[in-house]
Design a protein around this ligand. Structure first.
Ligand code: ZN
Length: 85
């Protein structure tokens, strides 16, 4: 079971924040023309928006490896499987 816990969520958020830092870090060296051409601020906003989405996913959320549906516990009511947590 691919469990979605607070640890993995934190890791994803930290990684995405690093991506934003890197993107903004080198992006500011590009001329304004190229920043706009490649929509640098739009890319950053897109990642920031995704971070907000990730923050709003409940920490108990998990995906059943058997049927791919979201489950709240280690037992999947959709395909009646019990996963080790
Ligand atoms: Zn299932």
């Amino acid at each position: 079971m691919k469990s979605w816990n607070s640890k993995s969520r934190k890791k994803i958020i930290e990684f995405l924040e690093e991506v934003i830092d890197d993107l903004a870090g080198w992006g500011c060296y590009a001329e304004e023309y190229f920043q706009e051409k490649h929509d640098l601020s739009g890319d950053i906003k897109r990642i920031e928006g995704f971070i907000e989405e990730v923050k709003n996913i409940p920490v108990t959320y998990a995906i059943c490896d058997g049927c791919g549906k979201s489950i709240q516990t280690s037992y999947c009511p959709h395909c009646q499987r019990l996963w080790e947590s």
